[in-house]
Design a protein around this ligand. Structure first.
Ligand code: UDP
Length: 309
């Protein structure tokens, strides 16, 4: 039985990971300050004897009395409207918060994994994006606090690895969806499903020709838990290479729900990437991982979840 700390454990990915690691027979310490996440996400496990919730902002140093074997660093708002609502906080989380978690990993001799992001590729000039692509990121735009924040977090991880011999892992997560997403968080999958369920128009930003590659949460959890166990400390893309336009996503959801909702077009936010598609050659090779859940199956499960919250 391992003791595993999950920073950002009440969020969408974090709460699903808490469940998974508890089911696998571990002790889980969940750290979260509920800035963009919900305590409801952990209500089914809050009384589990192997689970402990600590309400803490990682910008402040952490003191944990028990031993820790592994740390998953998922603490950062990830939805554009939410991370843009307080960009300096987003940057602090990624810089100061990341340093605090790395210092904790050093103190406890724990292995630590960073949830980095496809956003570090910015507006990509190559497709699909391999890990070797260095990205094309605006340093002064509305998305910069997140994109540059995650870039500095990756740098900190490598420097702690090199300078302090910390066992670090870095995953670059592409757009992920599934149960426990907050229906109000402003991201495209939840916005569209919520609008359909309320018989509202579907808000397409720009012409809806920008692409994303959506992966289901279970595939991501398989990928990050495999990466944590592996010996590989350079960044690894985890995502589903099934690239579609935002308009195709909207049409797919309309078909799945027999919805009568119409499209309504709104301005494209600044620096919104035109395309996103993971090259997962590396994950296949070193982790023997690839996504298994197709978009229709995953969307059906997500619609069911959002109907019931
Ligand atoms: N988007 C949209 N309508 C919405 C919300 C988002 O057309 O109601 C678009 C958004 O402009 C972007 C894509 O969907 O091109 C994915 O947006 P999301 O916020 O989910 O994630 P990210 O931009 O970080 O990939």
């Amino acid at each position: 039985m391992k003791t595993i700390l999950i920073a950002g454990g009440c969020g969408f990915i974090g709460s699903n990971l808490c469940n998974r690691l508890l089911n696998d027979g571990n002790k889980v310490i969940c750290i979260d300050n509920l800035f963009s996440s919900k305590i409801e996400n952990i209500k089914s496990i809050i009384n589990n004897e192997n689970f402990r919730f600590i309400n803490h902002n990682i910008i402040e140093p952490l003191q944990i009395d028990s031993n820790i074997d592994e740390i998953y660093h998922l603490a950062c708002p990830a939805s554009p409207p939410i991370y843009q609502s307080d960009p300096i906080y987003t940057l602090k989380t990624n810089f100061i918060g990341t340093m605090n978690l790395l210092d904790l990993a050093k103190e406890k001799s724990a292995r630590i994994l960073l949830a980095s992001t496809s956003e570090i590729y910015g507006e990509p000039q190559v497709s699909p994006q391999p890990e070797s692509y260095k990205g094309n990121v605006n340093t002064i735009g509305i998305r910069s606090c997140y994109d540059e924040g995650k870039r500095i977090a990756e740098t900190l991880f490598m420097d702690y690895h090199n300078q302090h011999n910390i066992e670090t892992r870095i995953v670059r997560i592409f757009n992920t969806y599934g149960p426990n997403m907050n229906k109000d968080d402003g991201r495209v999958v939840t916005n569209f499903i919520d609008q359909i369920l309320n018989n509202e128009s579907i808000t397409i930003y720009g012409e809806g020709l920008q692409t994303r590659s959506f992966q289901y949460i279970d595939d991501l959890l398989n990928g990050i838990t495999k990466l944590m166990k592996s010996d590989y400390f350079y960044p690894v893309n985890i995502g589903n290479p099934n690239e579609i336009t935002i308009k195709q996503l909207a049409s797919t959801l309309i078909k799945l729900t027999n919805s009568k909702s119409k499209f309504i077009y709104k301005p494209l936010p600044a620096d919104d990437p035109t395309n996103r598609n993971p090259d997962i050659t590396l994950a296949k090779k070193i982790l023997n991982w690839e996504p298994r859940v197709d978009l229709i199956t995953g969307l059906k499960k997500t619609i069911e979840y959002l109907k019931n919250v």
